[in-house]
Write a protein of this length. Sequence first.
Length: 127
Amino acid sequence: MSGSHRSTKRNTAQEACASQGELKRKPKLVDGSIVRGSQETMDFITNILESSTEYSIIATDLDGGIILWSEGAQRLYGYEPVEVGGRANVSMLHIPEDVKSGKAKQFLEIALRQGKWEGTINRRRKE
């Protein structure tokens, strides 16, 4: 009976080690056999962002300043990248009620805490 107990413990320890090892290894986002080097990787990712037109992909700094503006964001919001990148705060995209109530700030706080924020908002277009 004790032999059976040891076996169970050993398997549990092996499974824990295996799962920890899997957590430590982060999957690669880009296949290194296809895209080589930093510049090729940046060009590849840029092409993906430019061709993603159905979804708005926006990246901000820690204060909500817009640092990445995808083609989809341009189509949905009506702003050219030169109008927002490094010049605007993400709060400009929220309806005034969401800014006033603190909802817009809450989205940013969730993104900082969880690494991203995904959801649906009432947006405010350029016009």
